[in-house]
Each structure stands twice: as C-alpha cells, then as structure tokens.
Design a protein around this ligand. Structure first.
Ligand SMILES: [Zn+2]
Length: 258
C-alpha cells in the first residue's frame, strides 16, 4: 500500500512539474464574482462575498499588471473580426444580480474606469437584496453588459427540454421587454450545461455563455463554453487572488495537453 502511495505521489509531482515547464498558455481570464460586500449575514453564501476593500485592491492589481477589462460583446466583435482585443484583456463577471453590484461594486469599478458583465436571475429582480429594473437599466447605460442567469437559477441539465427552453427564453425576453437592450450572454446556473442546452441558446440568439470551469479563453474557444475562474472571499488577501489567476493559467495548460 505504501509503495503504491509513493508511486502515485511521485507521478503526481512529475505531472505537475511537466505542466509548470510548458510554455505560457494563450488566452485571457474571465473572473466569476458574486457579491461585493462586508456583510456576513448568511454563513453558507458568505464565501461568495468579496469585501469592497479587497475588490478594490484586486482591481488595482489588475491595472498594475496591464489588464484592460472588456465585455463579452467586445469579445464577440473581435471573434467576428470587427474589433481587436486589447493587449491583455480580462472579463469581470458577477452572477445572480445582487443589489450591492449596483450600490457598492459599480462605483469601485467606475473609479477604476473598468467594465463588467452582470448576470441576472430574472425572477429575483426587484426583490430584497437584488437589483431593481431601474438599477439594471442604469447599469447598462453606464456600459455594463447585462446577461441572463436564467429565470429561476435551476441547474438546466436537471430540467426537461420545455422547462430548459422557458428558463432561457423568458429570462432574455423579460429583460428586453422591460426596456433593456438586447441580451446576448448567459451564465449557466451551477455551471451545468450540455450540447442540447447550447442548441437552445443558439436558437434564442444568445452569442456567448460562461461556465464554472477554470481555464483561459481565446478567439477560438467555443463561445458557449467560456472558461471562468471563481473569485471567493479571500482568506489570504491578494496572494489568494494571484493564486486564482494562476489557477486559470494552470488549467489552460492542462487543457492544451489533452
Ligand atoms: Zn448563480
């Protein structure tokens, strides 16, 4: 048993060492945030709450590293050759549509002259702790891309085809009929998707969708399977944030291997 453990351990070390030695992978990261708040009301979701000070420090760091934030519409314009990407692009995404995205996150973002993509659970719009329609419209006018996180945040793969369609179709229509301009992007609840769901997205004229799988994205990445790296409430400050960026690179190298 010990021998097997030793062999496995050495194999793992060699494997990780090989990945380290591989050339730098191409592509840009998409970061997945939720709330930007100091509140710690719900212990289950608290891990998703990035404190405003930490968030601001993360944006300072990205700027000092030469990153330029883009939206996924910018990305698709580049895919179709209608624009070029900046030298070091990055996408900041925010899931669920929490009120603090408007009251706390947006001012910090604008102070850094950055942009983002915000994914809304449409049946939560206007409810306690979530953004209102007016806030979403204002955000969109200020250059933030608004996307759908479906109507009810159910894992799409667990639903029948008709319900999948309803969750994808009505969330987009609700936002558009409420006066927002066209919704082009979707974030899969719980990161759950399959080929049938992607077909529905194409039919419903979504152009992009983000997953919960770590990696980097290039103009060749399937736009309905965009990789994201999750930014949780950091326990180790900026060091942990740098580690998350590194994680995206590590998985990109891993994917290049296979
Ligand atoms: Zn979510």
């Amino acid at each position: 048993m010990r021998k097997i453990c030793a062999v496995l351990f050495v194999t793992a070390i060699i494997f990780v060492a090989i990945i380290f030695m591989l050339p730098e992978p191409e592509g840009f990261p998409i970061l997945e945030y939720h709330q930007v708040t100091d509140e710690q009301l719900d212990p289950v979701y608290e891990v998703y709450n990035v404190p405003p000070k930490e968030f601001s420090a993360q944006l300072d760091f990205l700027q000092s590293e030469g990153y330029t934030t883009i939206t996924l519409q910018d990305f698709m314009r580049a895919v179709h050759g209608k624009a070029t990407l900046p030298e070091k692009p990055i996408v900041l995404t925010f899931d669920d549509g929490y009120a603090d995205n408007y009251t706390t996150m947006l001012p910090i973002l604008e102070a850094h002259k950055m942009t983002a993509v915000v994914y809304v659970i449409t049946n939560e719009v206007g409810k306690k702790n979530y953004m209102s329609l007016d806030q979403l419209k204002d955000m969109q006018q200020r250059g933030i891309e608004i996307g759908s996180h479906t109507s009810d945040h159910l894992a799409l793969t667990s639903l029948d085809a008709e319900t999948q369609f309803g969750q994808i179709h009505y969330s987009k229509r609700f936002l558009e009929w409420s006066g927002l301009s066209t919704i082009y992007s979707l974030s899969y609840p719980n990161g759950a998707f399959n080929d049938e769901i992607i077909e529905i997205l194409k039919r419903e004229q979504y152009l992009t969708a983000v997953t919960g799988d770590a990696g980097l994205n290039t103009l060749e990445t399937n736009p309905y399977k965009l990789y994201r790296v999750h930014i949780r409430k950091p326990r180790f400050g900026l060091t942990e944030f740098k580690f998350r960026l590194f994680k995206a690179k590590f998985f990109a190298k891993l994917r290049n291997l296979f």
